[in-house]
Write a protein that binds this ligand. Structure first.
Ligand code: ATP
Ligand code: MG
Length: 220
């Protein structure tokens, strides 16, 4: 089954189209890298997938459904580009932010229970971040915040992970650990992954395909 299907997509913010008759298909359990120059339209493509933007032409489907509905159903874990810059004065702890990644499991209007707290602790441990559990997010360094955003995206056990330059500002050792975790999620938990990166592609062990955004389309 195709998890992601974009057919003949044209999208423009103003006059000039960013995406031009673009196609993309990602099958279940694939691990796909998306590269391309600054301003080539990578983040725009991700926003179309998440239903944050609508194309002027063409059709986007996720899991065979409307994109926005899939995202709100919690089947997608998303780490937006520069997600940390919004956190500085946000009055929430790491634990509380992690819980917002679990809302599908917890259910609307219900309180997190022991099982959710364990899930949060375990995911933080996997990323070596458990000591920050009770800290306010703004007290963490930029790279540490970015790692929390990654932990949040994977904690909800999504079927698809969409990551927009998730390792920007993260130190080399942590980048290595993060890619090891992604590879494991893909191989063991069969999570489908779409990762935008400017980094060294050879670090992304286990990735199946490398795509490049160029002149509004995707080339292999
Ligand atoms: N909200 C917006 N309004 C108008 N133009 C926008 C907006 N967001 C992006 N653009 C333009 O659309 C084009 C594609 O932007 P996009 O952010 O998708 O690129 P990108 O490939 O993610 O770049 P980067 O590698 O720098 O993250 C750019 O020319 C950008 O200036
Ligand atoms: Mg971008």
């Amino acid at each position: 089954m195709n998890i992601v299907s974009m057919e003949n997509i044209t999208f423009r913010y103003a006059e000039v189209p960013v995406l031009r008759n673009m196609d993309l298909e990602i099958r279940e359990e694939e691990y796909v890298l998306l590269t391309g120059e600054n301003g080539s339209g990578k983040s725009t493509l991700l926003k179309l997938l998440l239903g944050e933007l609508q194309p002027q032409d063409g059709r986007v489907q996720m899991f065979g459904k409307d994109p926005g509905r899939v995202f709100s159903a919690g089947e997608v874990g998303y780490v937006p580009q520069n997600s940390i810059s919004h956190n500085q004065n946000f009055p929430a702890t790491v634990e509380e932010i992690m819980m917002t990644g679990l809302y599908r499991q917890i259910g609307r209007f219900r309180l997190p229970g022991r099982i959710h707290r364990e899930c949060v602790t375990q995911t933080l441990e996997e990323l070596g971040m458990e000591r920050f559990l009770k800290k306010r997010i703004g007290e963490l360094s930029g790279g540490q915040q970015q790692r929390i955003m990654l932990a949040r995206a994977v904690a909800g056990n999504p079927k698809l992970l969409v990551l927009d330059e998730p390792t920007a500002g993260v130190d080399a050792q942590s980048v290595k650990e993060f890619y090891r975790l992604l590879n494991e999620l893909n191989q063991k938990r069969k999570v489908t992954i779409l990762l935008v990166t400017h980094g060294n592609i050879s670090e992304c062990a286990g990735a199946h395909r490398v795509l490049k955004m160029e002149e509004g389309r995707i080339s292999n």
